[in-house]
Design a protein around this ligand. Structure first.
Ligand SMILES: [Zn+2]
Length: 276
């Protein structure tokens, strides 16, 4: 048999072994995807964005994708790009089951004058700016842990009504705990923001790399300074009730490439989840 026929056979065999997967996610999920590609992956794209990936010693390339809380349900292409090939898989986004939450606050915390609105917008911008800060680190996605012991009082995605008026859905989880309870960093990272804000009270943002940012709000006290490197499990703050808050709790939010993801889904990441 001529050599080229053997090579052709080998190539066809490799191509046939290349299986594409269907992936499933709920609105607000961060998911772990993986592929065994015949050449090095250069880029992973889905939902109009590029996502971080890493080649493992097992020969698999692992990637992580965030699905925004309000991403439209449907089927989307998920593409792995290598020098030689594009592998197209599918991502099925299903509807999240989000609760309705109603809170009542004092009038000066529900309707705002011009000065307050200006401050609220500046606060939001300062938080948003942290999402674009590039850090030289790769998050240990599958190792995240809960930042505080407590009871979840408002779940992720809850449609909120403040004094009867519809507001944007809850972009994090609220964990009720006594004032002063220690808050531990769920993953290692760098402190990108420490500030006293109008609605959020004392707030910390930590960057974990690759656009993964965690937010902690309504803090009694911060234990970290801007620019500080924190390790996983390090106490960064204490639970409080500063800003617009109805009692001591931690508001824990997670952003990934700007999208709002459920911190609970980060905790549930493991190599065997999310496969259809
Ligand atoms: Zn909250």
């Amino acid at each position: 048999m001529p050599y080229w026929i053997i090579f052709l056979f080998l190539f066809a065999h490799t191509a046939a072994a290349q299986q594409t997967m269907d992936w499933q996610a709920t609105q607000g999920d961060i998911i772990h995807v993986q592929i065994h590609a015949d050449s090095d992956i250069q880029q992973l794209t889905a939902l109009g964005k590029s996502w971080p990936f890493q080649k493992n010693i097992d020969g698999m390339t692992h990637g992580w994708i965030g699905v925004d809380l309000q991403q439209k349900i449907g089927n989307y292409p998920l593409q792995w790009h290598s020098e030689k090939n594009n592998y197209t898989e599918h991502l099925h986004v299903t509807k999240g089951e989000f609760r309705i939450s109603r809170i009542t606050v004092e009038k000066n915390m529900s309707s705002f004058d011009a000065a307050a609105l200006k401050r609220i917008r500046a606060d939001q911008q300062a938080i948003k700016n942290t999402y674009d800060i590039k850090l030289d680190r790769f998050p240990l996605f599958s190792k995240a842990s809960m930042p505080v012991d407590g009871i979840e009082s408002t779940p992720f995605g809850a449609q909120r009504y403040v004094n009867g008026k519809a507001r944007s859905p809850h972009s994090g989880i609220d964990i009720a705990a006594p004032e002063g309870s220690p808050i531990a960093a769920p993953l290692a990272g760098k402190v990108l923001l420490v500030e006293d804000m109008f609605l959020n009270g004392t707030l910390i943002a930590i960057g974990h790399g690759k656009g993964l940012v965690s937010i902690y709000a309504h803090l009694h006290k911060s234990h970290v300074k801007l620019g500080e490197q924190v390790s996983a499990g390090q106490v960064i703050a204490e639970v409080g009730s500063t800003g617009r808050s109805t009692g001591p709790h931690l508001h824990w939010g997670m952003r990934f490439n700007h999208v709002r993801i459920n911190p609970q889904s980060l905790l549930m990441l493991s190599d065997n989840t999310n496969k259809k």
